[in-house]
Design a protein. Structure first.
Length: 415
């Protein structure tokens, strides 16, 4: 019997060739098919044609941190605890970033494989994810953003810039993600990790719709690096943390429900607290506007009555109380407030209009967070077997598919 590793009640087979899981931030399936149709992403085209292609469900809220942590733990936020980029911590009565590993309630399969003797490497675009992804990991883990500040002690590697041969990219650029892929190829050449996790940023996807020149250029860039990983014999599983949709009207102005303003009109100002878990230190490209919010209420407020009232607002898709939201979206009930509200595909939720700086939105708003961004690609450069056709695949099944189900090598068209 071959060696296996158990993590969070799931069993993974030991890889006999390197396994690379790629999380392409904000990757609607249409980005892939449009780039392939335009002829700029032939390798991705071969994955879609000769490998495996699924549409998987990501985690709601369709934000970066909850989904990246689900992918590397193999379980939903109810188990790993990371249910936003940002939340109201009842313990400290403060709104805080959810970047600290102290909020993580489950082990990652990356750390578990490393403990079992595997060589593991992780590269993420933004540094905000690095500590969570690298929690307890004995291996290589760094971000593009802070690639000039790595050390053996902290990151398991030094001189990343010398290895990659690219300068430190701007945090608001396609280059931040290119650095991730370029790192992946160099790491594969030099270290040949058994497991590698690459996670990009959605700067391009927030600005450019599928099939547009900027989007196609991004996928063309990605295609070249993926091909190199494939040529080195890696099994590649590509998925996304969430999709991306236009959130504006015909005039280009964003469709926003400013929830805190609405609630402050209905109740005493400040009685309720709207929290936007999309919030992170880098909000220029989306103004902290997404399609998901949580609301904390005073004890004397009638939750069901408020749910009915919020549900009647134009642009609202679903409003759930804490228990219903925790059950439906598999979220940790102690971290989601009293109400979870999701807006429709073309609408975003804000706090108070005065608290959002939209001056950085130089193109009409595209964003995510809701049910409308839940479907994401899950594709491999190999065929898979033993995946039941009725199975609801999640993006956090990427490692399961790559390690436990991937089979035959692709025929090499370029061989
Ligand atoms: Zn985003």
């Amino acid at each position: 019997m071959s060696k296996t590793v158990n993590v969070n009640q799931r069993r993974y087979r030991w890889p006999d060739v390197p396994v690379v899981v790629v999380c392409v931030d904000g990757c609607e399936f249409d980005y892939l098919t449009a780039a392939v149709a335009a002829g700029v992403a032939p390798f991705i085209g071969s994955m879609l044609e000769d490998g495996s292609r699924f549409i998987a469900d990501s985690v709601v809220p369709t934000f970066t941190n909850p989904n990246n942590l689900s992918i590397v733990t193999g379980v939903p936020p109810a188990v790993h605890g990371i249910c936003g980029n940002y939340f109201f911590d009842p313990a400290s009565a403060e709104e805080v970033m959810m970047n600290d590993p102290k909020y993580l309630r489950a082990d990652t399969l990356l750390a578990a494989f490393a403990d079992a003797g595997a060589k593991v490497a992780v590269v993420t675009a933004k540094d905000k994810l690095r500590k969570l992804l690298g929690h307890k990991l004995k291996g290589i883990c760094y971000s593009s953003e802070k690639s000039d500040q790595v050390s053996m002690a902290e990151n398991g590697i030094d001189d990343v810039l010398g290895m990659v041969g690219l300068p430190v990219p701007s945090v608001y650029s396609a280059g931040l993600s290119e650095f991730v892929f370029a790192s992946g190829v160099k790491l594969m050449q030099r270290h040949r990790p058994d497991l590698m996790y690459l996670s990009t940023t959605d700067y391009v996807q927030h600005k450019a719709a599928p099939g547009t020149p900027d989007a196609n250029a991004f996928y063309q860039m990605m295609d070249g690096y993926l091909r190199q990983l494939d040529e080195m014999g890696a099994v590649i599983a590509l998925t996304a943390d969430h999709g991306m949709n236009a959130k504006h009207g015909k005039d280009g102005a964003p469709n926003v429900i400013y929830l805190q303003d609405v609630l402050d009109q209905w109740f005493v100002a400040g009685a309720t607290r709207v929290v936007l878990p999309i919030t992170d230190p880098y909000v220029v490209h989306h103004g902290a506007l997404g399609s998901y919010a949580t609301i904390h209420l005073p004890a004397d407020l009638d939750v069901q009555e408020l749910i009915a009232r919020l549900s009647a607002l134009a642009g609202v898709e679903v409003v759930l109380d804490r228990a219903a939201a925790a059950a439906r979206f598999e979220l940790p009930p102690d971290r989601i407030g009293d109400i979870v509200i999701v807006s429709q595909r073309d609408t975003v939720l804000g706090t108070a209009a005065a608290r959002h700086d939209l001056s950085g939105l130089d193109v009409p708003l595209r964003s995510h967070g809701g049910l409308s961004e839940q479907q994401v690609p899950l594709i491999l450069n190999r065929r898979v077997e033993g995946v039941a056709s009725a199975r609801r695949l999640r993006n956090f099944d990427a490692f399961d598919l790559a390690l436990n189900h991937a089979v035959a090598l692709l025929a090499k068209s370029a061989a």
